[in-house]
Ligand binder design. Structure first.
Ligand code: PEP
Ligand code: MN
Length: 349
């Protein structure tokens, strides 16, 4: 951290800053120029509390942070990219992992048919919601444990790992019994008690970006999960709210190279929530693969016009099948590949 003194600081004011830093157990590196004095603060931990305390001292012009507020999620302290292993699937290598499935698990027939079709078409993980965060309390809010049981049955039949959302700390033990990856939804991504409860399970976590979250806040949310025990965090960009109303959200694809620079964690792009429109999903999925995203999360439904949630943004089987070879072609063009489905033998590994 660097403390820049005002141009007309007094020696007493400078001494007070130095004393404050030293009282916090940190060291000072002083540099005096023609107009300003600069106090370099060295050591750990450099807290927000210290920054705020220094900002209000007389004679201080501004305080600048040099080190990141997140450590475990930062590439500065962990230069090698993290590979998250889920069953026989690895997320974070050169291959693009395709996670697909309906928004909600609606019934056994719908989910099992989707799971089997997706396995045939080359998806590597299954998604589906049993606990659904809905804007209106009158909409379909998921089947709860029955939905988790159906997903477990689909995993049994296909060998594909399952990703599903957990909405409340009290549900974490239940969802953990069934899920391979615990999803934190956009609406809950700054629910710190939930982040800690999920982190304490040690399970892989898919952490959606909140709809008004900065990238720093998102990485700090990942830090909560990691500091609580789970280091296998996948970040998932699903669009943010902007002034634009032509799409459901604005899919921020610049987060792919940005997050890769700032963090070692894999990043997954969700073009379904990112656009809200099925006809925009394939183009954004291809763009995500080209930009270096480690994975895609795509909503697929056997009959989107009958879906109980998010039908407008769901691909049908034909649309998904048409996307996969194009995804292969784009991945190959940028020196990547599309991850293969886990072999049945790897299931349960
Ligand atoms: C979902 O994945 O269906 C979902 C509710 O996503 P989000 O939290 O990104 O809105
Ligand atoms: Mn959805």
């Amino acid at each position: 951290m660097i403390v820049v003194m005002c141009s007309r600081y007094t020696q007493d004011e400078l001494d007070a800053v130095v004393a404050h830093v030293e009282e916090a157990g940190l060291q000072v590196h002083l540099s005096r120029g023609e107009e300003h004095a600069i106090v370099g603060v060295v050591g750990l931990p450099i807290t927000d509390q210290l920054q705020e305390a220094l900002e209000v001292l007389p004679g201080v012009d501004r305080v600048l942070r040099v080190s990141k507020r997140y450590k475990l999620a930062s590439r500065d302290f962990h230069p090698d990219s993290t590979h998250v292993r889920v069953g026989g699937v690895t997320v974070g290598s050169d291959a693009v992992t395709v996670i697909a499935g309906p928004c909600s698990v609606e019934n056994e027939e719908q989910f099992l048919a989707t799971a089997e079709a997706l396995r045939e078409m080359g998806a590597t993980m299954l998604r589906g919601g049993a606990f659904k965060p809905r804007t209106s309390p009158y909409e379909f809010r998921g089947l709860g444990e029955r939905g988790l049981q159906i997903m477990a049955e689909a995993r049994e039949r296909t060998g594909l790992p399952i990703v599903t959302e957990v909405m409340a700390p009290a549900d974490v033990p239940l969802v953990t019994r069934y899920a391979d990856v615990l999803q934190i939804g956009a609406r809950n991504s700054q629910n710190y008690l939930l982040l800690e409860a999920v982190g304490a399970t040690g399970k892989p976590v898919l952490l959606k970006r909140g709809m008004s979250m900065t990238v720093e806040e998102w990485l700090l949310a990942a830090e909560y999960v990691m500091a609580s025990g789970s280091h296998d965090v996948m970040l998932c960009e699903r669009g943010i709210r902007t002034f634009e109303t032509a799409t459901r959200n604005t899919l921020d694809l610049s987060t792919v190279p940005l997050v890769k620079k700032l963090s070692h964690l894999p990043i997954v792009i969700d073009p379904s929530h990112g656009t809200g429109k099925a006809d925009l999903v394939p183009a954004m999925a291809l763009a995500a693969a080209a930009s270096g995203a480690d994975g895609l999360m795509i909503e697929v439904h056997p009959s989107p016009d009958h879906a109980l949630s998010d039908g407008a943004q769901s691909l049908d089987f034909l649309q998904f099948a048409a996307l996969m070879p194009r995804l292969e072609a784009v991945a190959t063009a940028v020196g990547r590949s599309v991850a293969l489905s886990p072999s049945p033998a790897a299931h349960g590994a």
